[in-house]
Write a protein that binds this ligand. Structure first.
Ligand SMILES: Nc1ncnc2c1ncn2[C@@H]1O[C@H](COP(=O)(O)OP(=O)(O)OP(=O)(O)O)[C@@H](O)[C@H]1O
Ligand SMILES: [Mg+2]
Length: 392
């Protein structure tokens, strides 16, 4: 652990439970370091039981407020029905229940099921919006998806936080993988970004091998020993997307220069617990005309085509298909393929990577910024604050 002060200060101390704000989302972890006492675990379950329905109801209301033609799209209505089903299942645990570990275990099983059911929400919603592109502007679609995604990150986190606390507190059969000792729920209090960068680079490198028959080199510099408290799956998601972009650009520009990931402690007081990661590539940068679109859901230049949800020129979607590099799989096909997991195994093409990564980064007060030197390369700055620290 290098010089980042007391990383779980905020996590370990109970805070007042507020409905609004990020505090309410990390407060399930305020019950102490696992294994939790039965009483703390039950309190966490009741907290989750109390606030999840509010969050799910808000999503249901937002979907219901969409124009009728959009809500009646089969993909959008699938998601709508998923939310209704999840809400109904949670409300089947009456207020005042969850008073013993048997009920709590059943509730945790339900949460696990709900997390699974909702894992494809964003690709399915985006596919629905694509199908409704004549009735919604790209700005409206992006605004809805962005808002939905941000709300969803919190909802999912709330469910996963309790699942994580349960797994670490109630004895599990050997077949179930339980969080390591440095975890509090979903938060790894000693997360080492360098490790995540290495494993994501290996994964993205494999995708490149499959797609292009080659993989760029990656160098990690700065301070690879830094650790900070964060949610590993969030960082993995962001880094995978940034490396996919950097590797793709490097290969397509035929650049022999390695991608460089620089890790540094964020500016601020020594115990601020934040980090900065800069991913630098010499893959030719982003064309000035494209720069203003890169944060739109579904904007992609993959295969040399441009597509974006709600594009007035719906022929753009066929352009992607015509690129032919996917052997005739059209963009809808790619959505369906990727619907199994957001960590799609294709190198690019959905146009979610940057907007979704930014939403994840901003969730805990971080940021994601892109600087492009056209015909040279791209620098992406990811700044993250430690989760559970003051200010979160
Ligand atoms: N490092 C980079 N170098 C060059 N262009 C980039 C880079 N990062 C992003 N871009 C441009 O921004 C576009 C949008 O990026 P984004 O990651 O959101 O979508 P994508 O990579 O096309 O698809 P995916 O959903 O698989 O990430 C890319 O298609 C590409 O044109
Ligand atoms: Mg991408």
């Amino acid at each position: 652990m290098v010089g980042l002060g007391v990383p779980w200060r905020g996590i370990l101390h109970p805070r007042p439970v507020e409905l609004k704000g990020l505090d309410s989302l990390v407060s399930p972890s305020s019950f102490g370091r696992p294994p939790l006492t039965t009483q703390s675990l039950l309190t966490s379950a009741r907290f989750t039981r109390e606030y999840l329905p509010v969050r799910l109801s808000r999503r249901i209301r937002a979907l219901r407020n969409l124009p009728y033609i959009i809500v009646s799209n089969p993909n959008i209505s699938t998601i709508y029905n998923n939310y209704i089903d999840s809400l109904t299942a949670i409300l089947a645990f009456p207020a005042g229940s969850l008073t013993n570990l048997t009920e709590e275990s059943k509730f945790t099983e339900l949460l696990t099921e709900i997390v699974k059911t909702h894992s494809n929400t964003i690709p399915i919603l985006a596919k629905g919006f694509l199908e409704c592109r004549g009735y919604v502007t790209p700005e409206e679609a992006t605004k809805f998806l962005d808002h939905h995604l941000r709300a969803r990150i919190g909802t999912r986190l709330m469910a996963e936080q309790h699942i994580g606390l349960h797994l670490a507190s109630v004895p599990q059969p050997p077949t179930v993988s339980v969080p390591g000792k440095s975890y509090i729920g979903t938060v790894d209090t000693e997360l080492r970004p360098a490790e995540i960068i290495e494993s994501c680079a290996s994964f993205v490198g494999d995708i490149c091998e499959l797609r292009y028959g080659t993989r760029p080199k990656l160098t990690i510099d700065g301070n690879p020993d830094i650790t900070f408290p964060y949610i590993p799956v969030h960082l993995e998601y962001i880094i995978t997307e940034l490396l996919k972009n950097a590797f793709r650009a490097t290969i397509e520009a035929n650049s022999p220069v390695p991608v460089i990931a620089t890790i540094a402690a964020a500016p601020g007081p020594p115990d601020a617990g934040g980090i900065t990661i800069r991913i630098r590539d010499q893959g030719g940068g982003i064309a000035p005309d494209d720069l203003c679109h890169i944060w739109s859901y579904s904007f992609s230049t993959f295969n040399g085509s441009r597509s974006s949800i709600g594009s007035g020129n719906s022929g753009r979607l066929e352009d992607v298909d015509d690129g032919g590099a996917d052997g005739g799989v059209d963009v809808m096909g790619r959505f369906t393929e990727s619907a199994g997991a957001l960590e799609t195994s294709s190198i690019a093409g959905l146009g979610y990577g940057l907007p979704m990564s930014r939403a994840y980064a901003q969730y805990f007060g971080g940021s994601l910024k892109v600087q492009s030197a056209y015909e040279w390369g791209t620098d992406v700055y990811l700044r993250l604050k430690g989760v559970g620290l003051d200010g979160v």
